[in-house]
Design a protein. Structure first.
Length: 205
């Protein structure tokens, strides 16, 4: 357990190399340590080694089939690889095991977005927001979908809420700029564009 605990601490600090090394040691000492496979898989995913991440998440699922986090984590790895059908299947299972898993609803919405399934995108973001009312990313992404549908007032409302929740959210400011342009509110668009550019410069400093 000590190796695993230190590995997760390294992971929290962004030190994926040491996190992987310590989780590997924990697995060597206890081969059925499903949580260590999830942690090591997460570290591999952060490194961009998605195949190894998927292998670790798969082993975690084999050892503990009711672990919603393992299913969710594998779904995110499949999503990054562009394997949308497997990603959705894994998010489905994560949600079945843990219906209040807001991140799984949100990420399933993201994948449906890549598949162009508008109704399911919005439905998943709606549920993510219901479960986690301060989910700024879900508001922003739902706003993008509304904008694509031409529902600019709804889009603006969602971008505004995302900004209220996270005032430094550059993408939300930029997206609201575009929505204001589409509604002919050019003064508001200009103000939002200036704020977006200001925040973007601060992020790059």
């Amino acid at each position: 357990m000590a190796w695993y605990n230190r590995g997760t601490a390294y992971a929290d600090k962004g030190d994926t190399v040491r996190a992987i090394a310590d989780c590997t040691e924990a697995i060597c000492l206890k081969s059925d340590f499903s949580e260590a496979y999830v942690s090591r898989g997460t570290a591999y995913k952060r490194k961009g080694d998605h195949d190894r991440a998927i292998a670790d998440f798969t082993e975690a699922i084999r050892l503990k089939p009711d672990d919603a986090e393992a299913w969710y984590s594998r779904g995110t790895a499949y999503g990054v690889k562009g394997d949308h059908d497997h990603a959705i299947a894994d998010f489905n299972e994560a949600i079945r095991l843990k219906p209040d898993y807001a991140a799984a609803w949100y990420n399933r919405g993201v994948i449906y977005g890549k598949k162009g399934d508008t109704d399911r995108i919005i439905a998943n973001y709606n549920e993510a927001i219901r479960l986690k009312p301060d989910y700024a990313e879900a508001y922003n992404n739902r706003g993008i979908v509304y904008g694509k549908k031409g529902d600019y007032d709804l889009a603006i409302a969602d971008f505004t809420q995302a900004i209220r929740l996270n005032p430094d959210y550059v993408e939300a400011w930029s997206n609201r700029t575009k929505a204001y342009v589409m509604t002919g509110e050019y003064a508001k668009a200009k103000a939002d564009r200036q704020m977006s550019e200001k925040l973007d410069k601060l992020k790059k400093q």
